[in-house]
Design a protein around this ligand. Structure first.
Ligand code: STR
Length: 508
């Protein structure tokens, strides 16, 4: 009996013990590991993930690893190593791991954000990039589309003069419309019931992703009922139904002769592939309806939640530092005045505002742990070996809060991004990658930077933003739901006296 049990234990240990690889290769420091469960018992469960992983650096150094189930994950928390992963060896680390929740969200790695390295990901990434070039200039100029939506947003805020409201709602409408113009050349009117559906499934998806479900660690467990997976599935279904309907309606009127938006580009690419590959069907499957939907839904999801969140964070910090808000308003008054609205070319003039945008992307990065990467070949980071199929997570939070790189990293100080004379923007540290870098870098960086800058510039030109009468300041702690979200808060919106006076005198 005992012999049998010992034999069983030994063979279990053999199968689940981290395999010892090549004898001389040095691997990253590892958290303790037990058979079967790996490092699970040694990983902190409470509190913010990115902070926990940052704290573990004190004990294990800037790069360390842990095992969950049968998967090894390497955590990287220093910019030199992070740049090696993202840029220098970007291709080698451009894979994406399968994760149960993300596989549901991406319909098994379709689309761009969560698709593994390969022909499909590359094609779709290129098509999204091509879409953004459609909006470079002319009547469809990105700036024009953004300003059109911000104008509506500000006109709405003017109707709320003196009231306290949650700005995320009207901002959500504006940003959804910008992305909807880019994807389908269409937009929503305030109050359209579809907006509420989008808002609800976005919240549901983000919530489900924040649950670190056990099935992502032990995928075998997904056969059992699980609340988070159920919620994810239902939200994804609602989203797919909604986007599919837009897609089907669009197809009915599509004649294939225009390229105005992302859906046009995707459908045209599909037709070209179909025509060229009459014999082999290989390539056109990369652009099946499901694949097209995958990419559209990634862009739709990524384009809204991220920007709305950053604008919210920036406004929250400005409420905490009213002096700074005043100075930004003075800068706008001096450089833009009241006879015209701010444009993207004002980024060279509104330095304090631009510095504040950069600082908020540092202190509250949109995705503090980016999206997990995966080594697609045997590789290395620094002088440490990393085997094929190892997951690699970049702790952007650690980079942005590195005390060696940032003086008092927990303080919001836009001046860091300005030179001594405050007349030039500078890059104070290399330890700063708010949009990632390399082959997986953010596709929407340009769009996001324009949206954030313009929205806040327009708002501050026209309104004073204040804490509501109950004196409640926004909480700056945040909650990691893939996107690092701020807790909802209200802002009192007042039309500026100077604006009123300028309006009275005519112009604009
Ligand atoms: C937000 C909620 C939603 O409805 C759909 C998506 C899919 C794309 C996700 C997006 C999410 C959150 C932000 C992500 C984006 C892809 C790239 C972006 C994760 C979950 C970032 O890396 C910040």
């Amino acid at each position: 009996m005992w012999e049998l049990l010992t034999l069983l234990m030994l063979s279990l240990t053999y199968f689940f013990w981290p395999k010892l690889k090549s004898r001389d290769a040095k691997y990253p420091n590892s958290l303790p590991c037990l058979p079967l469960v790996g490092s699970l018992p040694f990983l902190p469960r409470d509190g913010q993930q990115h902070l926990n992983f940052f704290n573990l650096q004190k004990k294990y150094g800037p790069i360390y690893s842990f095992r969950l189930g049968s998967k090894t994950t390497v955590m990287v928390g220093h910019y030199q190593l992070a740049k090696e992963v993202l840029i220098k060896k970007g291709r080698e680390f451009s894979g994406r791991p399968h994760m149960t929740t993300l596989d549901i969200l991406s319909d098994n790695q379709k689309g761009v954000a969560f698709a593994d390295h390969g022909a499909q990901w590359q094609l779709h990434r290129r098509l999204v990039q091509a879409t953004f070039t459609l909006f470079k200039d002319g009547s469809q100029r990105l700036e024009k589309i953004i300003c059109q939506e911000i104008r509506l947003l500000c006109d709405f805020l003017a109707t709320q003069d003196g009231q306290s409201l949650d700005l995320s709602e009207p901002t959500f409408l504006a940003m959804t419309n910008v992305i909807s113009e880019i994807c389908f050349s269409s937009s929503y009117k305030r109050g359209d019931p579809e907006l509420e559906i989008i808002q609800r499934y976005n919240d549901g998806i983000l919530h489900a992703l924040s649950q670190n479900t056990i099935v992502d660690i032990f995928p075998g467990l997904k056969v059992f009922p699980n609340k988070t997976l159920k919620k994810m599935k239902s939200c994804v279904k609602i989203r797919n139904d909604l986007l599919n309907k837009i897609f089907e309606d669009y197809k009915k009127s599509y004649i294939g002769d225009s390229t105005r938006n992302m859906l046009d580009l995707l459908m045209q690419a599909k037709m070209n592939l179909d025509n060229n590959n009459a014999t082999s069907n290989q390539n056109s499957t990369l652009l099946s309806d499901e694949h097209i939907l995958g990419t559209i839904s990634d862009i739709f999801g990524a384009g809204v939640e991220t920007t709305v969140s950053t604008i919210q964070w920036l406004i929250a910090y400005l409420l905490h530092y009213p002096q700074l808000m005043k100075r930004i308003q003075e800068e706008i008054d001096q450089n833009v005045g009241f006879n015209r609205t701010p444009t993207i070319s004002d980024r060279h003039r509104l330095l304090l505002l631009e510095a504040a945008v950069r600082e908020v992307l540092r202190i509250r990065p949109v995705a503090p742990l980016l999206i997990p990467h995966k080594a697609i070949v045997d590789s290395s980071i620094g002088d440490l070996a990393v085997d094929k199929d190892t997951n690699v997570i970049i702790n952007l939070w650690a980079l942005h809060h590195d005390e060696k790189e940032w003086a008092q990293p927990d303080q919001f100080r836009p001046e860091r991004f300005l030179d001594q004379t405050r007349t030039h923007l500078i890059n104070p540290s290399m330890s700063y990658l708010p949009f990632g870098a390399g082959p997986r870098s953010c596709l929407g960086e340009l769009l996001a930077r324009q949206e954030i800058f313009l929205t806040v510039a327009w708002m501050l030109q026209r309104f004073d933003l204040d804490i509501p009468d109950d004196g409640q300041l926004p909480c700056l702690e945040g909650q990691l739901k893939v996107v690092f979200l701020i807790k909802a808060f209200k802002v009192k919106v007042k039309i500026r006296q100077a604006w009123r006076e300028a309006q009275g005198e005519g112009s604009l």
